[in-house]
Design a protein around this ligand. Structure first.
Ligand SMILES: [Zn+2]
Length: 208
């Protein structure tokens, strides 16, 4: 009797171990080997600064709003990549954001990629860190001809916007900028505030 039970326990332990190994093998591609990978293939990652706006995180927008993402310059139709592994929470077309992809990651983290030319993933799909999820475009309020092509990247944790740099994304301040309000005074026309109402559009998208 005891012998039988022991044998059954061994069989169960083997099943659990085997199942664990299968699960681990299945999950291996989704391991984040880095805290974040760049969402575009540009080196370095240049923050957009053009006649129509300042692409830095938390730069002012109209109505005392703030830019809740970072705008990363990249050539039109170049790949847009998942900064971390996750699941496609939502894709769509929005007046301000244009074509966008939103990913849900572990740990209450979300990332959103906007103004895409094309979305290349379906809602519910799992993506690996670095997978191509779309192509850089000028959709939504980035379609203005004075706005240089870029990806608008937002990162959210627990319902709060997070500076992607705080996650370890290394970005280069915009050319002619980089030191706050003073940078704005140097060279080129001052960026008109409120011309890219991402934050407002985002509120509309979220319904609050
Ligand atoms: Zn933006």
């Amino acid at each position: 009797m005891r012998w039988r039970r022991r044998r059954r326990q061994g069989w169960l332990a083997g099943l659990v171990l085997g199942g664990g190994l299968v699960a681990a093998a299945y999950e291996l591609p989704y391991v984040n080997w880095q805290p974040v990978v760049p969402p575009v293939d540009a080196h370095p990652l240049i923050v957009r600064m053009d006649a129509k706006g300042d692409g830095r995180f938390w730069s002012p927008r109209s109505g005392n709003r703030r830019h809740r993402g970072v705008d990363l310059a990249a050539p039109l139709n170049s790949p847009v990549r998942a900064i971390r592994s996750g699941t496609v929470a939502e894709t769509g077309t929005h007046r301000g954001l244009g074509r966008f992809v939103e990913l849900e990651h572990r740990g209450g983290l979300r990332s959103l990629y906007a103004h895409l030319a094309r979305v290349q993933v379906e809602p519910g799909a799992r993506v690996r860190q670095g997978d191509v999820i779309g192509l850089v475009g000028k959709t939504g309020n980035a379609r203005h001809r004075w706005i240089t092509p870029h990806v608008h990247l937002e990162v959210w944790r627990g319902g709060e916007p997070v500076d992607p740099a705080a996650l370890g994304l290394e970005v280069t301040p915009p050319r002619g900028g980089g030191d706050g309000e003073q940078g704005r005074a140097r060279g080129g026309p001052p960026p008109a505030r409120g011309t890219e109402p991402d934050a407002i559009e985002r509120d509309a998208l979220r319904g609050g």
